[in-house]
Design a protein. Structure first.
Length: 245
C-alpha cells in the first residue's frame, strides 16, 4: 500500500522555499496574492502536496530563493524581530541598504534570538531546516557567552552554575562556567550553554544574586564572532557551514 504524500499548509510551503516568513506568507494569502492550480486561495493552512499543486504569487510561479546564511555582530539595544509593535529599533536596521553582488539581500530570519540587552553573534538564513538544526536543544551546537557580572564569584558558585537550579519547572544550568578575569567589584565569566531557554543566563545568575552587566555571545559551535565589528555582518563561508554541521 502506497503511503500518502505529505501535506503542508500553503503559508508553510512558501516559507520553506525561503521566500518570506510564515506570517508574511499568511498576509500574502489573505490579500489574494496567491493562487493554487489557477484559483485564488485565502486560507494560509490550505493543504499543499509538493509536486502536485501549482502555486503562483502575483501572477508568477515562485522560484525557491537561493539559500543564504550570514552572521551579525548584534549591537546592544536592538530587538530580535522583523518589526516591533512598540516602535523599537530591530536587528534589521543593520541590513539597511545591504546588497550581495549588487543585489538586495533576500528575506532572512534570525536563527534563535538575543534579547535587547544582549549583544554578539546572531545568525540569519532563509533555510528553515538549517535553522531548526542549529537551534535544536539536543543536537544543535553549543553557544558560548562572555558575561560581565556585578560580583566576584567563588569556586563553589561556579560549580553550582553547572549543577543548575529549577525555576518554574525548568532546569537552568550551564554546561560550563569559568572565571575569565576579575576586578575589584565585578568579573567576566565564560559560560557555555548546550541548550537555549528564554533569558537562561540572566535567570540562572539571578538565582545566585549575580546581576548581569553585559552579555555577549562570542561563538556558536566552532564559529567565533572574531573581529567582526559591532553592527557588521558577513556571509558564512562553506567552511563555516561545514563546521556548524
Amino acid at each position: 500500500m502506497n503511503k500518502p504524500l505529505p501535506r503542508h499548509g500553503l503559508a508553510r510551503v512558501l516559507s520553506k522555499q525561503g521566500l518570506c516568513s510564515r506570517s508574511e506568507a499568511a498576509k500574502w494569502i489573505a490579500a489574494g496574492r496567491v493562487s493554487v492550480d489557477g484559483c485564488i486561495v485565502r486560507d494560509a493552512e490550505f493543504p499543499i502536496v509538493q509536486g502536485r499543486h501549482h502555486i503562483v504569487v502575483d501572477g508568477k510561479a515562485p522560484d525557491a530563493a537561493p539559500r543564504m546564511y550570514l552572521m551579525l555582530n548584534k549591537p546592544r539595544g536592538l530587538v530580535t524581530t522583523v518589526s516591533d509593535e512598540r516602535g523599537r529599533d530591530t536587528v534589521y536596521r543593520c541590513f539597511d541598504g545591504a546588497t550581495v553582488d549588487g543585489a538586495p539581500l533576500p528575506w532572512l530570519a534570525p536563527v534563535g534570538r538575543l534579547d535587547k540587552a544582549s549583544e554578539g553573534l546572531l545568525l540569519f538564513c532563509n533555510d528553515p531546516q538549517w535553522a531548526a538544526n542549529i537551534t535544536d536543544p539536543e543536537l544543535g551546537p553549543d553557544k558560548t557567552y562572555h558575561v560581565q557580572i556585578d560580583a566576584i564569584p567563588d569556586a563553589a558558585q561556579l560549580a553550582a552554575l553547572q549543577v543548575g537550579v529549577s525555576e518554574d519547572g525548568e532546569l537552568l544550568r550551564a554546561k560550563s562556567a569559568v572565571l575569565l578575569r576579575s576586578g575589584e567589584k565585578n568579573a567576566w565569566l565564560e559560560i557555555v550553554l548546550d541548550e537555549g531557554r528564554n533569558r537562561q543566563i540572566r535567570r540562572l545568575l539571578a538565582t545566585f544574586d549575580l546581576n548581569v552587566l553585559r552579555l555577549i555571545r562570542v561563538a556558536i559551535g566552532s564559529l567565533a564572532l572574531g573581529d567582526l565589528g559591532k553592527g557588521q555582518w558577513r556571509q558564512l563561508s562553506q567552511d563555516d557551514l561545514d563546521d556548524l554541521r
